[in-house]
Design a protein around this ligand. Structure first.
Ligand SMILES: [Zn+2]
Length: 358
């Protein structure tokens, strides 16, 4: 198993470096746009090499631009020249032989007074969880640099190969609103994740603040505030998925099972329309985070048919409906309803394809 991810790093170039990067990334996309239009006019791929391109870029970067232009042209040709894209967003790309870094700087060849100089640019390589630096120990691909609003961002593609965990140990995870997640393993190790009450409190606070802002019709403030809420929720999902996967790792779990969500494609499209869809969307994101983090440590994620997982008694198979948070069965089983869900998800039929239909 291997997967490629992008590690985002904030760059802190000096004023001079920033203006060089701006210029280089404008040149980079205009080089691609020129090459693409030449290839479209000729109706064939270019034979140009870096020597044939008279722009002020390091030759390795020119070669990267040629490759990018060729792949753009390939797509254009495949679409029978119907759409010819023009790149607008400035970007500059180095291949993995042309940059290096230590824990405080990325070293990359940039143009200084017409010469190529490998230059250290200050970067926040070590974030508060020390995660970036850990990820960058794996196989590195290209380095992309873009400007987002007023921030310079480096995106390094990283390929991580993992060894699929052996063993059969399964863990079921039930995602919910009141309790964000409940997990149970084959050998009945149980863990409740996240803080439902805290989430509820925070969400209520967000809602009342939004109302106050709404009365004052501060559209920009509301928008800013929504972004903040989104970021907070995403951060919560990252935290919960991380602790779930760590729990699985501690318990030597080989497979995590989650419920398959219905119609996520439709739901995603209309996600802002109603509360219920919004929930499905947030479950979807949490599932994706769990899958991605689990795969990184060699744990497989499988999706199961959610039918009756909240009703069947895991002891006697009788169907019951939970009253509030409590699930009770005649046979004596009495547990939190979400735990019953997780226990059933553990052994529910796995859906073909093993992934969310996104
Ligand atoms: Zn029962």
């Amino acid at each position: 198993m291997s997967q490629t991810i992008t590690v985002k790093i904030k760059l802190l170039p000096t004023k001079e470096q920033a203006s060089i990067l701006s210029e280089m990334s404008e040149t980079y996309i205009s080089t691609i746009n020129t090459l693409v239009s030449e290839m479209v006019a000729a109706k064939k791929s270019t034979r140009k090499s870096s020597k044939d391109i008279p722009v002020s870029l390091p030759s390795a970067v020119k070669n990267q631009a040629i490759n990018d232009a060729k792949s753009v042209f390939k797509k254009v040709k495949k679409n029978k020249y119907n759409v010819i894209p023009t790149l607008k967003k400035p970007v500059c790309i180095w291949n993995n032989q042309n940059y290096s870094f230590n824990f405080s700087h990325i070293f990359m060849p940039i143009m200084m007074d017409g010469k190529v100089v490998k230059t250290p640019i200050r970067a926040l390589l070590v974030d508060k969880d020390n995660r970036n630096f850990e990820l960058l120990k794996h196989k590195l691909g290209t380095l992309r640099i873009t400007k987002q609003v007023n921030k310079w961002i480096a995106q390094i593609s990283v390929t991580i190969s993992t060894v699929q965990k052996t063993g059969m140990k399964v863990m079921g995870v039930d995602l919910g609103l009141k309790v964000p997640a409940v997990a149970v393993t084959d050998d009945e190790k149980v863990r409740f994740f996240g803080n439902g009450r805290q989430n509820k409190f925070k969400k209520r606070k967000f809602r009342s603040l939004r109302k106050t802002l709404g009365k004052k019709k501060k559209i920009n403030a509301i928008r800013k505030f929504n972004d903040k809420e989104q970021r907070w929720m995403k951060d919560q999902d990252h935290k919960i998925s991380r602790t779930i996967v760590n729990f699985a790792k501690e318990n030597k779990v080989a497979v995590i099972r989650l419920e398959q969500l219905a119609n996520i494609r439709q739901t995603a499209r209309t996600s802002r329309k109603n509360e219920k869809n919004l929930h499905t969307w947030s479950f979807y994101r949490l599932s994706q985070f769990i899958e991605y983090k689990a795969n990184l440590v060699g744990i497989k994620v499988e999706y199961v048919n959610p039918r009756y997982t909240s009703q069947i008694c895991p002891n006697c198979s009788e169907k019951n409906k939970a009253q509030g948070r409590k699930y009770k069965c005649k046979c004596g089983v009495e547990k939190h309803r979400d735990l019953i869900g997780a226990m059933n998800i553990r052994y529910a039929p796995v859906v073909d394809g093993n992934s969310q239909p996104a």
